[in-house]
Design a binder for this molecule. Sequence first.
Ligand SMILES: [Zn+2]
Length: 270
Amino acid sequence: MPELPEVETTRLGLAPAVVGRRITRVVLRRPDLRWPIPPEIPALLPGLRVLGLRRRAKYLLMDLEPGSVLLHLGMTGCLRVLEPGVPAGPHDHVDLHLDSGQLVRFTDPRRFGCLLWQPGGEVHPLLRDLGPEPLGPEFDGAHLFRRSRGRSQAVKTFLMDQGNVVGVGNIYAAEALFRAGIAPDRPAGGIGRVRFNRLALAVKEILAQAITRGGTTFRDFQGPDGRPGYFVQELLVYGREGEPCLVCGSLLHGTRLGNRASVWCSRCQK
Ligand SMILES: [Zn+2]
């Protein structure tokens, strides 16, 4: 599943080809992805210039004058910039043609992604209750400390709650907790400021690192240039259950928290 670094990698790859361009034509090959695609999209977009391409959590917002196209890659979605004439396959659901001659193609075999419309001056309901961006200044140890008081929830589940901070998925939560030395099942409300400072820093470092490597996800993810992400080579705990900890050598445990697989080291993480 594309996580925040993959979405940011996609944004960085698309922006130079898209921003400042006019959309000339929209091809919808089906009426819905996870949700119906607003039927007015093919008539609304042509002629409009792309003013910017932003990311909020794992959503991409393509800003046009009357509003923004809101995109999510779901489990298996990808957005690529293509030269004209590349034949569409069965999972190529949307093409946005640009005045450069290129097109942006949205491919999504499992169709958990979405293409929606956010009118100018409004915030789409999907974006309303999101916590701060993990790489922004609002997200730090003090924020986690405040949000967690009185919470008995496991810290890993707490960290993956989009209301507390956006875009920290299972891989990055496991890795950040390992780097911060915090056991994933520890109640969030019992963790002190200093340890939360360490955790917030670990989240920022690991996401920034993953973005510079072009994302992580091994199975399906390819960047807009068709290259896979390479961060997987630097994962210390995720996917390594039963293997030796790379720091202390003891065997890594697998457990389930909030119905997600969690791998951790009981010697390095307390
Ligand atoms: Zn260890």
